[in-house]
Design a protein around this ligand. Structure first.
Ligand SMILES: Cc1cc2nc3c(=O)[nH]c(=O)nc-3n(C[C@H](O)[C@H](O)[C@H](O)COP(=O)(O)OP(=O)(O)OC[C@H]3O[C@@H](n4cnc5c(N)ncnc54)[C@H](O)[C@@H]3O)c2cc1C
Length: 439
C-alpha cells in the first residue's frame, strides 16, 4: 500500500509498524476501530523486527512471562487461521525445532522454569549429557563458567566437570522471516480496514484539552486521533518524551546496541535440519539454526560484557569485538566450529526497559498508550501483545481506570488469566527478572 488515501482523522494512531505495532493495528481493526500505523521506514517490519532472531520459546524467569509466551506460541502455530487473510508475499513459517536450555549454576539448574512449566502444563524433557551428545554430536558438555572475555587467560579452560544436563521444550523454534511476519499482520489489518502510512516520521504528539489528540509529521502534516499508541521500538523513549510522559514513569526504556553472529557450523553436521534453539548460560550465548545451514549466535548479556546504550538516531552500526567474542564462546561448546573472520550477521538495537520486562500500559496523558521495552525478547509475544493492548485501550477509553484497578486478560489457548498490571510503567523493578535478554 502506498501513502494515498490517508485521511486526517482516526480512532487510533499507532506509531510504528514493526511486528508489535502491526499486531496492535490488526487487533484494533478487528474491533472496528479506524486505525493508522505510521512508520518512518518504507514498509512494515523494517525496524528491530527485521533484525530479530525471532526465537519462539516458552521459558521465562517469571510466571507471567511463561504464560504469555506459551499463549503466544499457539498464535504462531495457528498463524494462517489467526490472520484471517493471506499475503501476496506468502506467510512467515514457524520452524518448530524445539529449544534446549542447559542447566547451570547461573540459572539455578532451571528449578523455577521447571516449576512454571509444570504449572502451565508445558511439555518438556530432561536430557543428561549423553542424551545431549546423541542429539548434537558436535557438542562438548564441559562446564566453562563463569563466562569470560576471550582475552581472559582462563578463557576456554574447564576443570573436567560436565554440565548437569538440559531441559528440552518441543513447543519452541523460530520464525523463518520476521519482517514477512510483520507484513502478514499489516495485510491482515488492512483487510479489516486498517491503514498504514510509511516514510513518515512522527515529530510531535498533539494534545488538546489535556489529552492526546493526534500526531504531527516531519513534513508538517497533522493527523487527528483521540488515541495515540507508542510502539516505536528503540525510539520509544523519544516518543514518550515528545508526549512528556516519561518523567512520571517508574520504569523507563533505553536503546541498547546488540550484535548477532551468523556463522557456518562444524563441517559435516547438518545444523539447519538437526539442531534446535539453544540457551547456554554457561558460555553466555543463545543460538539457533539458520537457513542455508548456518548458526545464529547472540549474547545472553553476561556480567563481564559492556552494555552499549546509544542514541537511536546517532549510533555506530559497525560490528565490534562482540561478534568474535560470541564466536569464541560458542566454540567452547562446539570445538570444531570454524573460526571464520568473515564477519556476517546483524547489528541492531534492543528497546530495553529497566528490568528487561516490557511495558504494556496507558500513560499519565489520557489517550496516550505504550507497548514498549521489548528488551530483545518480545517478538514471540507480538500477536498476544496486540490482543492485550487492544483490550487495554478499549477498556480505558470506555472509562476504566487501569492504574487504580489493573485489568486482567484471559489467555484463550492456555485458559489462564493474567494481570495486565504486571506490565505497568509504574511497577517496581521486578526482582525475578533475569535482567537480560532472557526476560
Ligand atoms: C538482534 C535482535 C534479536 C532479537 N531476537 C529475538 C528473539 O529471538 N525472540 C524474540 O522474542 N525477540 C527477539 N528480539 C526482540 C524483537 O525483535 C522485538 O521485541 C520486536 O521486533 C519489537 O517489535 P516492535 O514492533 O516493538 O519494534 P520495531 O520492529 O523496532 O518497530 C518500531 C517501528 O517504529 C518506527 N518508528 C520509530 N520512531 C518513529 C517515529 N518517530 N515516527 C515513525 N515511526 C517511527 C520504526 O521505524 C520501526 O519500524 C530481538 C531483537 C533484536 C534487535
Amino acid at each position: 500500500m502506498n501513502n494515498v488515501n490517508i485521511k486526517k482523522d482516526y480512532d487510533a494512531i499507532i506509531i510504528g509498524a514493526g511486528v508489535i505495532g502491526s499486531a496492535i493495528g490488526f487487533e484494533l481493526s478487528k474491533k472496528g476501530w479506524k486505525t493508522l500505523n505510521v512508520d518512518r521506514n518504507p514498509t512494515s517490519g523494517y525496524g528491530s523486527t527485521a533484525a530479530s532472531c525471532a526465537i519462539i520459546r516458552v521459558h521465562y524467569s517469571t510466571f507471567d512471562g511463561c504464560a504469555l509466551a506459551y499463549e503466544g506460541y499457539h498464535y504462531w502455530k495457528n498463524w494462517e487461521n489467526y490472520l484471517e487473510f493471506s499475503d501476496e508475499k506468502g506467510l512467515a513459517k514457524f520452524i518448530e525445532c524445539g529449544c534446549m536450555i542447559y542447566q547451570t549454576d547461573t540459572n539455578q539448574y532451571l528449578e523455577k522454569v521447571i516449576g512454571r512449566a509444570e504449572e502451565l502444563h508445558i511439555p518438556f524433557e530432561y536430557w543428561d549429557p549423553s542424551q545431549i551428545k546423541s542429539k548434537l554430536p558436535i557438542v562438548d558438555t564441559h562446564k566453562y563458567a563463569p563466562v569470560k572475555l576471550p582475552k581472559d587467560k582462563n578463557f576456554g579452560t574447564h576443570a573436567g566437570d560436565d554440565l548437569q544436563g538440559a531441559i528440552f521444550f518441543p513447543t519452541a523454534g523460530y520464525i523463518n522471516d520476521p519482517q514477512l511476519s510483520a507484513h502478514n499482520l499489516q495485510r491482515a489489518a488492512e483487510y479489516k480496514g486498517g491503514k498504514f502510512l510509511f516514510n513518515s516520521s512522527v515529530t510531535e504528539i498533539i494534545k488538546k484539552n489535556g489529552r492526546a489528540s493526534g500526531v504531527k509529521l516531519s513534513d508538517g502534516t497533522e493527523i487527528r486521533s483521540s488515541v495515540v499508541i507508542n510502539v516505536a521500538g528503540p525510539h520509544s523513549m523519544k516518543i514518550n518524551r515528545m508526549a512528556d510522559v516519561e518523567k512520571n514513569m517508574n520504569i523507563k526504556t533505553k536503546a541498547l546496541k546488540v550484535e548477532v553472529s551468523h556463522v557456518k557450523p562444524p563441517e559435516g553436521f547438518d545444523y539447519e535440519k538437526k539442531a534446535f534453539v539453544v540457551s547456554d548460560s554457561d558460555i553466555g550465548c543463545y543460538s539457533r539454526p539458520e537457513t542455508g545451514n548456518h548458526i545464529l549466535i547472540g549474547s545472553e548479556d553476561p556480567e563481564c560484557d559492556e552494555r552499549i546504550f546509544v542514541d537511536p538516531d546517532d549510533w555506530d552500526d559497525n560490528f565490534t569485538d562482540q561478534w568474535n567474542t560470541q564466536l569464541y564462546r560458542q566454540a567452547q561448546r562446539y570445538p570444531d566450529l570454524p573460526l571464520s573472520s568473515n564477519i556476517k550477521g546483524v547489528v541492531s538495537l534492543y528497546d530495553v526497559s529497566d528490568d528487561w520486562i516490557p511495558i504494556y500500559d496507558k500513560s499519565d496523558l489520557p489517550g496516550f498508550y505504550m507497548a514498549i521495552g521489548s528488551s530483545g525478547n518480545q517478538y514471540k509475544n507480538a500477536p498476544i501483545a496486540g490482543v492485550m493492548m487492544a483490550n487495554l485501550v478499549e477498556k480505558c477509553e470506555a472509562g476504566h481506570n487501569h492504574d487504580q484497578d489493573p485489568l486482567s486478560l484471559h489467555l484463550k489457548y492456555i485458559d489462564r488469566t493474567i494481570d495486565i498490571g504486571f506490565y505497568s510503567r509504574n511497577r517496581k523493578i521486578n526482582a525475578e527478572s533475569s535482567m537480560s535478554v532472557l526476560g
